[in-house]
Design a protein around this ligand. Sequence first.
Ligand code: SF4
Ligand code: SF4
Length: 56
Amino acid sequence: MCIHLIEEKCISCGVCTGLCEHDALTLTGAWTLNLSEALCVNCKACVSGCPARALR
Ligand code: SF4
Ligand code: SF4
């Protein structure tokens, strides 16, 4: 189980990377958000914190 990243909505603000306690969200080169499905435990802490609603 893993949340879903809607890439076209993401504004690369980085808020979610600070909310994830499992290091499943990381920014590469400041612009590309990477979601590790292997590390995500589906807690959804990042979903409500995303200002662009790019996570669900
Ligand atoms: S659902 Fe939880 S574990 Fe998965 S990316 Fe979001 S904050 Fe991290
Ligand atoms: S909080 Fe939302 S908009 Fe910001 S980097 Fe994460 S997914 Fe993208």
